[in-house]
Design a protein around this ligand. Structure first.
Ligand code: AMP
Ligand code: GLY
Length: 426
């Protein structure tokens, strides 16, 4: 088979790595790819958002199966572009992508189908939002309606901060169109979980559980980012919780999609807060998470491409999971998430011990045989361990070898689970 992976990040490198192990693959392409994917896939020089060009390329090249990483091409309609040319693509259509593309749409959908989520109100006028917020408790969560690469959520601890955020989004337009409409919602407390399933109509298969660290700084401080690190499994999702996630959320989403006449085929990511009143949905994403995909795919055994293709075709599949723990730590550029610096040479990659460690590239490119930074999140250093602690030790040992100017990363990925596990008797 000829397989195309769409996207440039760590998630796409991990997808390409997993797919490349399948005996079904004859040729593997990545659009556009990075300095890591180039070693296992041919780079296609087309930006993931040029969806018509990509579909034309796939048609001409005879691509048999396409897997899409990021949300932007999905929201732009890549699935329709491929499907109208008779091409197989594993990604939801544009209508379904509204679950991620518009937070207001997602919240209304959840309300309509009794899917547990934070209490909320939607506004498209700044003054009304400001008047409303006065009577809402603190902290208050303000979310840009549209896509913002994980940077459109603001947790405001004071009214002044909330008013400023409303001004920034709705008047100054710091996030452009994405912030012209906002969702104001109740602040939820608990542990977070990323619960990702493969969905095809009314069939679904859960992927291994994970937890992401979205804040920039240690101790979950600082601004929200696309994700600074993740690990799998997530010990907070025990059997009982998983059962309620499936019954109260996944199965209701499937029912809701059916009633709305929306056909969904692709990955569905549910971002959850595990509150003491049960799991509540923070967000839906119509794709795999980044960086969650990295530790999660590292735990899937066997031929993942075959499983995907069979699942796409409506066959029953089951996934075999590696019981070991996996972890991923993101190395980011100076200035990330606001204004990342590019063009720094990366040193030491060759010094990293490969045993139980793997590096997925994100914002990197090859220039004169040198690996150069290009983007906010640059590298994903990942490891396997018999325990989470062991995986964490291996990953941080590996990172000691790597450097580039301005490199920033969190030194505590996994700490929440480790604290929790240390209190649970064996
Ligand atoms: P989202 O993109 O909606 O998942 O939000 C990004 C991050 O903001 C989440 O992973 C949470 O850490 C935080 N967050 C979002 N909504 C809430 C909420 N209602 N209460 C508390 N934290 C939230
Ligand atoms: N890591 C969170 C996301 O992919 O949206």
């Amino acid at each position: 088979m000829k397989v195309l992976v769409v996207g440039n990040g760590g998630r796409e490198h991990a997808i390409a790595w997993k797919v490349s192990q399948s005996p079904l693959v004859k040729e593997l392409y990545c659009a556009k790819g990075n300095a890591g994917t180039i070693k296992i896939a041919k780079s296609v020089p087309t930006d993931p958002l040029r969806i018509e060009e990509l579909a034309e390329f796939a048609k001409k090249e005879g691509i048999d199966f396409t897997i899409v990483g990021p949300e932007a091409p999905i929201v732009a309609g890549i699935t329709e572009e491929f499907e109208k040319r008779g091409l197989r693509i594993f990604a939801p259509n544009q209508k379904a992508s509204m679950l991620e593309g518009s937070k207001a749409f997602a919240k209304d959908f959840m309300q309509k189908y009794s899917i547990p989520t934070a209490e909320f109100h939607v506004f498209d006028e700044a003054q009304k939002a400001k008047n409303f917020i006065r009577d809402f408790g603190l902290p208050v969560v303000i979310k840009a309606d549209g896509l913002a690469s994980g940077k459109g959520v603001f947790i405001c601890k004071s009214y002044e901060e909330a008013l400023r955020t409303i001004d920034d989004l709705m008047i100054k337009g710091v996030l452009g169109e994405a912030g012209k409409k906002i969702v104001i919602e109740e602040f939820l407390e608990g542990e977070e979980a990323s619960y990702i399933v493969m969905l095809n109509g009314d069939k679904y298969v859960p992927l291994p559980t994970s937890q992401d660290h979205k804040r920039l700084l240690d101790g979950d401080k600082g601004p929200n980012t696309g994700g600074m690190g993740a690990y799998s499994p997530n010990p907070f999702v025990d059997e009982q919780r998983e059962k309620s996630i499936r019954e109260l959320i996944i199965e209701r989403v499937i029912k809701g999609l059916k009633e709305e006449g929306i056909y969904y085929r692709g990955f569905l990511y549910v971002g959850l807060m595990l509150t003491d009143r049960g799991p509540k949905v923070l967000e839906f994403n119509v794709r795999l998470g980044d960086p969650e995909a990295q530790p999660l795919l590292m735990r899937i055994r066997g031929d993942f491409l075959k499983a995907l293709v069979d699942f796409y075709e409506g066959k029953h599949i089951s996934l075999d999971t590696d019981p070991r723990h996996t972890i991923c730590v993101v190395l980011a550029s100076k200035g990330y998430p606001q204004k990342p610096e590019d063009g720094k040479e990366i040193f030491g990659l060759e010094k990293v011990e490969k045993e139980d460690v793997i590096i997925f590239h994100a914002g990197t490119e090859l220039k004169n045989d040198k690996v150069i930074t290009k983007g906010g999140r640059v590298l994903n250093v990942c490891a396997w361990g018999n325990t989470l602690k062991e995986a964490q030790e291996k990953v941080y040992r590996a990172i000691e070898n790597i450097r580039f100017e301005g490199m920033q990363f969190r030194r505590d990925i996994g700490y929440r689970a480790l604290n929790f596990l240390s209190k649970v008797p064996d």
